[in-house]
Write a protein that binds this ligand. Sequence first.
Ligand code: UDP
Ligand code: MG
Length: 273
Amino acid sequence: GNELTLSVVVPAYNEEEVLPAFHRRLCDVLDKLSISSEILYINDGSNDRTLDVLNALQDSRVAIIDLSRNFGKEIAMTAGLDHAKGEAVVVIDADLQDPPELIPKFIENWQEGYDVVYARRTARDGETFIKKATAKLFYRFIQGVSRVKIPEDTGDYRLLSRRAVEALKQLRETHRFMKGLFAWIGYPQVAVNYRRDPRFAGKTKWNYWHLWNFALEGITSFTINPLKIASYLGLTTSIVSFTYALFVIYKTLVFGEPVQGYPTLMVVILFLG
Ligand code: UDP
Ligand code: MG
């Protein structure tokens, strides 16, 4: 047949409930495309029947990468990108929150010359107010402190051209904040808008503690500004302390001090502080 052109990378962690439905909806979309495709499922150390469900898929387009344990979505995605052979690669969640029906639009934009086509949510159904608010705050903050422009309301759902994938593959850090890396590589990038549906089945693997750590990871991977702020604050504080300590010593030597022990205590505290 014709040469391979599209790879679809699907990280999956404990997704036994959704995978059959996901695979059907994805295939409906791929079948209508004029280009051929492969689907790479990455089993990210699931402890349910995800791997069995994947093995049961009777489809010659499917390849399975089975990770030795749960490494997290960023690493699972990376394994997929490393093995994808297509001229274009789509990264998509398995829970149907990323509608596969957007793929034809991604391909249109790719054929117009864009290297990165990312899906931008205009609405997020089925997510709590707090999750939406904290997400907004995170994007505000990271945009404020980092020079890499990470698009807001964007997940990992996107299409990457071959050269964008090759650029990403050169970034081998083990602590990966993919949304930042996608933006960092540059190249012409464009958004496709959509409404984000609630999860089809199963439940989210991200609690607030995970999200908090994820946010910290994102910020510390993409800017050293917090480190600079801490350094300058520390430097300023110690200059002020040393100056005042010298002043206390000078005052005691020249004018004397009626409170016994006060200058010693003060100087020691200022020095240690
Ligand atoms: N995922 C993964 N490894 C993990 C956690 C999640 O591969 O350790 C996958 C998961 O199977 C899904 C995608 O990453 O395909 C997004 O996860 P989830 O829907 O739980 O995140 P949310 O949509 O709530 O941000
Ligand atoms: Mg989800």
